[in-house]
Design a binder for this molecule. Structure first.
Ligand code: GLN
Length: 532
């Protein structure tokens, strides 16, 4: 039977529930257990797809086209298995389902209420991933902090599930903070006691406390936490600040989080944990032999989370190359013809980020012209690829006024045009071309040397595409479509013939980088930067 593990958070937000959940899943996986993770978000948006990146960081995309919370990126990077629509649920999605059922008359005239209808729907979603008996354990991360009004229905659903499934099959890990008071030179347990009390008010006694802390927790303080929070001393797990998030699985292993969970749930573990590959990766990550500086040109640079998967892809692919990648965020709105040299010349390569709308486009075009002419390695992702096409049209093919229709609806040369299937769509939520699509790669290309195969599947999130009416001119001019969707003819990849490494991709390689499989395009791009 599938076991259910919940991760709740107390005291403050941003304690890293996603990383703890992913770390636990990783160690359990390394013991031969099959595990997946899902995230429940208490906001009313149906999914984060329409959220401004400044609000909630990057929107992560799964193979089956779900626009999800960025924590799913960690789940995939750690576990090296894909997530899906079912792995991210929001309050909006729950309510939408319940209201649709009500409209369809499924509640047979009953008054529809938070309890039982909303909580039942939450419970159903929690159990969904376990239904096929494919997993030994399903870890559910509850977003938000206990005590938030919007978290209440989730806690009630959790309380009921625990009662229904029994404590052998369902376990609650509460992530909390043990702050250090400098003036008193002391770690303080009171906020944790209060947050456990908050959980108890909802009828939930946590089984394990994972305590975020800047300093080690000695036995005395562990005992105190255990006594006042009603758990065993061994159930108090120290989660000390780590150098990187990739250290956390090993820290959790040292604290025996895995064996504690296994014992409580009577899980049949198969092997001793085998984290050999993980340790090898960490070894390379921490002992780089070289260093490159790569400019990340985007418009949400104030918030690192807005480009989370790109940053992480650099870390993973950098480690593979035993090279430290120093990412230099550059705001596209600040790049002009006059300062581009000064801003870019010291860098080893440039990545132009995905994005929407016209803000910052001008600076991206200026930067791309610079790297094209100066033969600097370039990777353009989605909007970054579209900008590379526009820049080429303007400055090489001399198509005056060429633009993407997204930026200039009346352009005389719509080299990037709205996709046919998008033309009649009015709603914003979940309506882009989303998820995995196939791409056929030409053998004589930079991307073939990266992937070493001709058929790939990559994830998408866009409304506009390369306009095939201009294909001939681009080819003749030296911008080659080296990757094409075999079913629709949509240009997925462009490369420059006369350039050491200039690649634009319509898809998002960053969503498919994992610790065990860093993305080949990032690996090759970094190599090109190292050779510059
Ligand atoms: N705005 C562009 C489009 O919709 C690019 C999207 C992106 O970069 N993800 O096609």
């Amino acid at each position: 039977m599938t076991k259910y593990i919940f991760v709740t958070g107390g005291v403050t937000s941003s304690l890293g529930k996603g990383i703890i959940a992913a770390s636990l899943a990783k160690i359990l996986q390394s013991r031969g257990l099959s595990v997946t993770i899902q995230k429940f978000d208490p906001y009313i948006n149906v999914d984060p797809g329409t959220l401004n990146p400044y609000e909630h960081g990057e929107c992560y995309v799964t193979d089956d086209g779900a626009e999800t919370d960025l924590d799913l990126g960690y789940y995939e990077r750690f576990l090296n298995i894909p997530t899906s629509q079912a792995n991210n649920v929001t309050t909006g999605k729950i309510y939408q389902t319940v209201i649709n059922k009500e409209r369809a008359g499924e509640y047979l005239g009953k008054t529809v209420q938070v309890i039982p209808h909303i909580t039942d729907e939450i419970k159903e979603r929690v159990l969904l991933l376990g239904q096929a008996n494919q997993y030994d354990a399903v870890i559910t991360e509850l977003g938000g902090t206990v005590g938030d009004i919007e978290s209440l229905p989730y806690l009630e659903a959790l309380r009921q599930l625990r009662w229904e499934l029994g404590s052998d099959n369902c376990l609650v890990i509460h992530l909390t903070l043990i702050p250090y008071l400098k003036a008193a030179k002391e770690l303080k347990t009171k906020p944790t006691q209060h947050s456990v009390k908050e959980l108890l008010l909802a009828g939930i006694q946590p089984d394990i406390l994972v305590c975020r802390t800047e300093y080690p927790l000695n036995m005395k303080i562990r005992r105190k936490i255990a006594l006042f929070c009603n758990v065993q001393v061994g159930d108090v797990i120290e989660a000390i600040d780590a150098e990187t998030v990739y250290d956390v699985p090993l820290l959790m292993l040292r604290e025996k989080l895995d064996t504690t969970v296994i014992a409580k749930l009577r899980l049949q573990d198969k092997n001793e944990p085998n984290l050999k590959l993980w340790k090898r990766f960490l070894g390379k990550l921490k002992n780089p032999l070289s260093e490159v500086k790569i400019g990340l040109i985007g418009k949400y640079n104030e918030l690192k989370d807005a480009y989370k998967s790109i940053y992480e892809s650099f870390i993973l692919a950098g480690a593979m190359n035993e090279c430290e990648v120093i990412v230099v965020p550059i705001h596209s709105e600040k790049i002009t013809k006059n300062n581009v040299e000064e801003k870019l010349s010291e860098l080893d390569g440039i990545l132009v980020a995905p994005g929407f709308g016209e803000r910052g486009i001008e600076g991206k075009l200026v930067a791309i012209q610079y790297v094209r002419e100066n033969k600097m390695p370039f990777l353009g992702i989605c909007l970054g690829m579209q900008c590379a096409v526009v820049e080429f049209a303007l400055n090489v093919l001399n198509m005056e006024g060429a633009a993407s229709v997204e930026v200039e609806p009346t352009t005389p040369h719509p080299v990037i045009d709205l996709m046919e299937e998008q033309k009649n769509i009015q709603d914003y939520g979940g309506t882009m071309r989303l998820g995995a699509y196939p791409c056929e790669i030409q053998k004589k290309s930079k991307v073939y040397s990266a992937y070493k195969k001709t058929r790939i599947d990559e994830r998408h999130r866009h409304r506009y595409e390369f306009n095939n009416k201009y294909l001939k001119e681009f080819k003749e001019g030296g911008m080659m479509p080296t990757g094409i969707n075999p079913d629709t003819g949509l240009v997925e990849i462009v490369e420059l013939k006369e350039h050491p490494w200039f690649v634009g991709v319509q898809f998002h390689p960053e969503y498919k980088s994992t610790v065990e499989n860093p993305h080949p395009l990032f690996v090759e791009f970094i190599k090109a930067c190292m050779n510059k």
